[in-house]
Design a protein around this ligand. Structure first.
Ligand code: XMP
Length: 511
């Protein structure tokens, strides 16, 4: 199935997913695993090359993670980055010391040898350094092929044994020649041809699904978001009406979203499947009555989703498979650290305990988000759906600060629709943008009358990973136009704010 793959072994670095993303940009399949994956698992995966990531440790710490020496003997090319490079040095008898000058940021790379991993790399190019320790003595058999003014060994290689070590981070954008260096490794050194493409992925998955499901029944929770929509279409192409999709309208969707989902997937739509729409708006509004605490709201919305889905599933009876739109970033194991829970995310996941089924199918499990989008395009989903910005599972429930009521949902839906329409027309690029309803009412004047109405807050952020974000620099004219339209067209709104807070300290959503 997968003809060639690169394995990334994670030592706790912050860029582990990014390395996999970069490798996949060369159309080579790549997986990230913990560094302590067993040798047998590695052999079963038969990688064409292995990349060792950076990490927070120092090789001299007693319990610092170390790669099993057996892995070096597999005869597979290995590239160590940052901590990975230092560990390789240490394990092969070289020396790692505390650098007289710690380097964090851009440095000029001076090339000393272009026969191996640095083939065709420009001299004096910028690379991104982030280290306290550095390689001070290289092990036998290695040769220094690049340095910087503060780092004598920026890149070293042992071409006979196919071992390569880079002190900086070729995977981050700040390293200008990073893509070339990684491509040299993946293509020239590991010999990958780059045949991992979305059209063949779709074909393969359709065949796999057919072979697995045979005549069985399959159930899918469709949210209308990118992942579950692409998963549903893939399944529908594979097994047609053996697939039932349940779409729960919890009354917390964006304006007209439920209608759009129904138009695409419902009877008379483009796909062969059984589509069940559940109108659960009232149930949700009842449950949310009087609830103001964000986490409580999130829990209620998540739990209610499971209840509704469970009821529908019961009507269908036993199904053979349950589809989930899990994607690769949800799967990647990174066992070295756990971050604090800021918000309990609710997705259309976490159902298995409640539904009678035999097995889960996760056809997007291997894909990054942009790969899911290109698969969706390949399968003929409309652009507006495939390019959709993220929308949280609890929907507008967490974009209405304080108690959720039907009236407030309508206000935020209308304001949000205006804002998105104007921003889309303006051509301004932001990665996520929406309107939210503050819980604040204030005095205003309209015509000759006093008003006492709600304030809408507009949010637009630019971000690459949604972990950190900056407030987008929207043109003043655009903000003015949106503000005027919202206060004129949306009843019970007399004030509009724009949120300038980044993340951190803010979060993207308001609750
Ligand atoms: P925050 O607000 O944590 O959001 O900065 C980061 C990204 O995650 C999305 N988000 C969610 N997505 N279920 C989801 O599927 C959730 O409960 C949820 N909460 C936040 C948010 O829209 C942003 O893209």
């Amino acid at each position: 199935m997968i003809k060639e793959m690169i394995l990334v072994l994670d030592f706790g670095g912050q860029y582990n997913q990014l390395i996999a993303r970069r490798v996949r940009e060369f159309n080579v399949y790549c997986e990230v695993h913990n560094y302590d994956i067993s040798i047998d698992e590695i052999k079963a995966k038969n990688p064409k090359g292995i990349v060792l990531t950076g990490g927070p440790n120092s090789v001299y710490e007693e319990n610092s993670p170390k790669l099993s020496m057996e892995i070096y003997k597999l005869g597979v090319p290995i590239l160590g980055l940052c901590y990975g490079a230092q560990m390789m040095t240490h394990q092969f008898g070289g020396k790692v010391s505390t650098a007289p000058v710690s380097e964090f940021g851009k440095a000029g790379l001076i090339i000393d040898g272009r026969d191996g991993i640095l083939s065709d790399v420009l001299d004096n190019t910028t690379c991104w350094m982030s280290h306290v320790d550095y390689i001070s003595d290289i092990p036998n058999g290695f040769e220094i092929v690049a340095h910087t003014s503060d780092c004598p060994v920026a890149v070293m290689e042992n071409r006979e044994d196919d071992l390569y070590a880079i002190q900086f981070h070729p995977e981050v954008n700040h390293t200008d020649e990073g893509p070339k260096i990684l491509k040299n490794f993946v293509t020239n050194i590991c010999g990958c041809k780059g045949e991992w493409k979305m059209d063949s992925y779709a074909e393969e998955q359709i065949k796999l699904i057919r072979d697995k499901v045979k005549g069985g029944k399959v159930l899918c929770a469709l949210s209308g978001g990118v992942d579950s929509s692409v998963a549903a279409v893939l399944l529908s192409k594979a097994i047609g009406s053996q697939l039932t999709c349940v779409f729960v309208d919890h009354g917390l969707l964006r304006k007209d979203e439920a209608l759009e989902v129904e138009r695409i997937f419902g009877a008379g739509g483009d796909y062969d499947l059984n589509f069940i729409k559940v109108d659960a708006q009232k149930r949700y509004y009842d449950k949310l009555k009087g609830i103001t605490e964000p986490e409580e709201k999130r829990k209620i919305i998540g739990e209610e989703f499971i209840r509704v889905f469970e009821e529908e599933a019961k009507k269908i009876g036993t199904v053979d498979y349950l589809v989930q739109g899990t994607i690769y970033p949800d799967v990647i194991e990174s066992g070295l650290g756990k971050s604090a829970v800021i918000k309990s995310h609710h997705n259309v996941g976490g159902l298995p305990d409640y539904v009678d089924f035999k097995e889960i199918i996760e056809p997007l499990r291997m894909l990054f988000k942009d790969e899911v989008r290109s698969l969706g395009r390949e399968l003929g989903l409309p652009d507006y759906l495939v390019n959709r910005q993220p929308f949280p599972g609890p929907g507008l429930g967490i974009r209405i600060i304080g108690e959720v009521t039907e009236e407030k949902v309508i206000i935020v839906q209308e304001a949000d629709a205006i804002y998105r329409e104007e921003l889309d027309k303006s051509g301004v690029v932001a990665n996520q943008y929406f309107a939210a309803l503050t819980n604040m009412r204030s005095v205003g004047v309209m015509g000759d009358f006093r008003t006492y109405d709600y304030a809408i807050v507009l949010r637009a952020v630019t971000t690459t990973d949604f972990m950190t974000a900056e407030s987008a620099n929207l043109p003043w004219d655009l903000l003015e136009k949106v503000t005027t339209r919202i206060v004129n067209e949306v009843e019970h709104v007399n004030r509009v704010f724009y949120d300038l807070t980044g993340k951190p300290p803010g979060t993207i959503e308001f609750e």
